[in-house]
Ligand binder design. Structure first.
Ligand code: TTP
Ligand code: MG
Length: 362
């Protein structure tokens, strides 16, 4: 089965948080680091806005060099409390579509949505929804790559930054990769670039055309890694090593607000079925079902039902959702959004409340 992996990476993250809170910085070259004009010329730029990148400023550049490159840049110290808070809120959004979610540092994450999206078109729609939600709730932009492997999704998320989406379907891998510089491959930096260039490798296409034995011979174990990346053979899974997932949920906004019960139930059923696919694959049961409903005036309600023993039956869940919805069925207002959440998750091989740390691995 073709995999569909999203790599989501916030745009100029630390700078974006500052610009969000100081709108006068918008559109200007902003460097995150100590202010060189206050005599604190030590240290490096942690990141900078895209306007500052035009001047050649980049992460890791000494602040003094950044100042030389663009004396008009605005230098701002990072506010780690705000940064941590923004990261946490973004990750809450990113982990909602699937439990196969792996956070990498503060500003990036992989999502394996092979079970939640039927095709690349749906995955692209999901990427757009994520972008919109991150912007609405956190006020910063995120770029997303959609591809069949982790490494290609990472290369793709960088392709249309900032606020970009790049979809690389399985049939289009080499077309997408062939003209890119080899430093786009994770693991090849400025230093190793020279080494590969000296052997005649400049574009990723040069690697694609080289058979595995030759890659092995030329570059040892790096040769194998590069071979796998550029040919879409990186099979690394999306795993959540750290998070202890407490719930899985999904919600949908209707294209047009509706009061048609069949349409509303249809949406609940679709969400219910999709989430059960993921739950089943990961052998997870739940004890609490929560319905969420938002009306045209944005008033939002949630209703839950909990069980003594864990369940995992999607028909039963759907009946519960219908019961929970009854209270709202005579509402005069039209419905804008519906959502479903399953919580109090348990693994069902043991039926013991387990630490769900690695539940997406199996
Ligand atoms: P990155 O994702 O590498 O960079 P970025 O989000 O600033 O820019 P891009 O749009 O290219 O993704 O890193 C995320 C944050 O981590 C960044 O905003 C600041 C911090 N960081 C450092 O503190 N030191 C560093 O050397 C780098 C590379 C990042
Ligand atoms: Mg980033």
């Amino acid at each position: 089965m073709t995999r569909i992996i999203l790599h989501c990476d916030l745009d100029c993250f630390y700078a974006a948080v500052e610009i969000r809170d100081n709108p006068e910085l918008k559109g200007k070259p902003v460097v995150i680091g100590a202010d060189p004009r206050k005599g604190k010329a030590r240290g490096v730029a942690l990141t900078c806005s895209y306007e500052a990148r035009v001047f050649g400023i980049h992460s890791g550049m000494p602040i003094s060099s950044a100042y030389k490159a663009c004396p008009d840049a605005i230098f701002v110290s990072p506010d780690f409390e705000k940064i941590r808070d923004a990261s946490k809120k973004v990750m809450e959004i990113l982990k909602t579509p699937t439990p196969q979610f792996q956070q990498m540092g503060m500003d990036e994450a992989y999502l394996d949505v092979s079970d939640t999206c039927n095709d690349y078109k749906e995955a692209e729609d999901l990427a757009r929804r994520i972008q919109r939600e991150v912007f609405e709730k956190v006020g910063i932009s995120i770029s997303i790559g959609v591809a069949p492997t982790k490494s290609i999704s990472k290369i793709a998320s960088d392709q249309n930054k900032p606020n970009g989406i790049c979809v690389v379907e399985p049939g289009n891998l080499s077309n997408f990769l062939k003209d890119l510089d080899i430093t786009r491959i994770p693991g090849i930096g400025k230093k190793s670039k020279k080494y590969y260039n000296n052997k005649g490798f400049h574009k990723i296409g040069d690697f694609i055309q080289t058979p595995l034995p030759q890659m092995n011979e030329l570059f040892g174990k790096h040769g194998r890694w590069i071979y796998e990346v550029v040919n879409g053979l990186d099979t690394r899974e999306v795993k959540d090593f750290h998070g202890k997932r407490k719930s899985i949920s999904s919600q949908r906004t209707f294209h047009a607000d509706t009061d048609d019960h069949e349409t509303i139930f249809g949406k609940f059923e679709e969400i219910n079925n999709n989430i059960h696919k993921t739950l089943q694959k990961n052998r997870i049961s739940y004890r609490t079902i929560t319905l969420r409903i938002r009306f045209e005036d944005f008033s939002t309600y949630t209703r839950s039902k909990s069980f003594q023993l864990p369940i995992r039956d999607k028909r039963k869940a759907f009946i519960v959702l219908k019961e929970l919805y009854k209270e709202f069925s005579n509402h005069q207002k039209k419905v804008r959004l519906v959502g479903v959440k399953f919580s109090n998750l348990e693994r069902y091989e043991t039926s013991i409340q387990t630490n769900l740390t690695n539940f997406a691995v199996i």
